[in-house]
Design a protein around this ligand. Structure first.
Ligand code: CAA
Length: 380
């Protein structure tokens, strides 16, 4: 479909494609194997303006729109889904919230470095007992003069081991439930804050996922984002935008699976002909391409709504729901088309399958997306 992208959007897409091919592609499999964070590549992504794409230039960002962001994530995710989620978390879950709700001091003190890629951010909402049930926050933040004292554990935190700055969601008044939760900016190195267990994962293995522990961690009160009690709304609003980023990541994995399948089916011969001549393969390719087009349309639609300042939460949830399903289906089909070669590490489709599954889980499982979508339907 012709989306009539602007010259700027096409330029961003081209820059991201070139960066992914030159900087990520040569070492992506090795990083996956070694579970190694792409330090150098992330630094270069910052220099290219990819770490704070939608942040105004005066706060260190690239001042671009959400469509450009999706196009860049798509190109990067086609090559390296781990680099893609590192970028998505910094942009959508950290920079966006600081830009939208931070004070001028918080923007100058933290956003400028995060958006320009000098520092990396993480978003700490999930806990052992607060995953889908995000409002059930057990981490506490007790006010003590000009500080808050944080205690508790966060888990499954993307970027956590490498992050310089973490947005931590914590209960300031547990008796108030979802209305008693707030958000704090916590710097790496703050006494009482430590990174604990690093998870060993099925996919996106070069993106780090860790637990965080807060033990009497004193955070200046001026590091609270918004009013006390704003934390859950802050987190859920932030996640509305984050889901566009994950949809773009899923889309990228689906597209990479299709591209690999087209190439392989034209090269691989069976029964004296390329397997692309067989309807069994052709129908799979047709199905994959059709689903990708639909998923891409939804993702860009959610991005366009956000750019037009229209309600986009339900559309973002739809985009993530469909696109993540398409990613898993396309990666599975790619493995099937590659046969035995699809199951071994020499061919990338094995990684695409491993990387795809998480898109149905993080930033809200597919079941949570259905809750968000159905609530929007029943409210209107
Ligand atoms: N924007 C702003 N506010 C919102 C909102 C939104 N999209 N959705 C709900 N709210 C508000 C509600 O109005 C309510 O506020 P009030 O009490 O002031 O009215 C408050 O938030 C709580 O909402 P609910 O009463 O609807 O809460 P709930 O418990 O019934 O359900 C939920 C909420 C939709 C299930 C939510 O918990 C949810 O989205 N869960 C999934 C969490 C998630 O996506 N986690 C991802 C972790 S981060 C991550 O994965 C990053 C990574 O690694 C890459």
């Amino acid at each position: 479909m012709d989306y009539q992208f602007s010259e700027t959007q096409l330029m961003i897409q081209q820059t991201a494609r070139q960066f992914a091919q030159e900087e990520l592609a040569p070492s992506v499999d090795e990083r996956d194997e070694k579970e190694e964070f792409p330090q150098e590549a992330v630094k270069k992504m910052g220099e290219l303006g990819f770490m704070g794409m939608m942040v105004p230039e005066r706060y260190g960002g690239a001042g671009l729109d959400t469509i450009s962001y999706v196009l860049a994530l798509e190109e990067i995710g086609k090559v390296d889904a781990s680099a893609c989620v590192i970028m998505s978390v910094n942009n959508s879950l950290v920079c966006w919230g600081l830009d939208a709700y931070g004070t001028e001091g918080q923007k100058q003190g933290y956003l400028v470095d995060l958006a320009s890629g000098k520092k990396l951010g993480a978003f700490a909402l999930s806990e052992p007992e607060a995953g889908s049930d995000a409002t059930n926050q057990r981490t506490t933040a007790r006010r003590d003069g000009e500080f808050y004292v944080l205690n508790g554990t966060k888990n499954f935190i993307t970027n956590g081991a490498n992050a310089d700055i973490v947005l931590v969601i914590a209960a300031t008044d547990r008796s108030k439930g979802a209305k008693g939760v707030s958000t704090f900016i916590v710097e790496k190195g703050t006494p009482g804050f430590s990174v604990a267990k690093k998870e060993r994962k099925l996919g996106i293995r070069s993106s780090d996922t860790v637990s965080m522990v807060f033990e009497d961690c004193r955070v200046p009160a001026m590091n609270r984002i918004g009013e006390e009690g704003f934390g859950i709304r802050f987190a859920l609003k932030t996640l509305d935008g984050g889901r566009i980023g994950i949809a773009a990541q899923a889309l990228a994995i689906a597209e990479a699976s299709l591209e690999a399948s087209i190439k392989y089916s034209q090269e691989r011969k069976a029964f004296d002909q390329p397997i692309a001549n067989l309807q069994a393969i052709q129908f799979k390719l047709a199905e994959m391409a059709t689903n990708i087009e639909a998923a891409r349309g939804l993702t860009l639609n959610a991005a366009a709504l956000k750019d037009q300042n229209k309600p986009f939460g339900a559309m973002a949830a739809m985009a993530k729901l469909l696109t993540s399903r398409v990613a898993v289906q396309c990666a599975l089909e790619a493995v099937q088309i590659h046969g035995g070669y699809g199951y071994i590490r020499e061919y990338k489709v094995e990684r695409f399958l491993r990387d795809s599954k998480i898109t149905e889980i993080y930033e809200g499982t597919s079941e949570i997306q259905r809750i968000v979508i159905s609530r929007a339907l029943l409210q209107s």
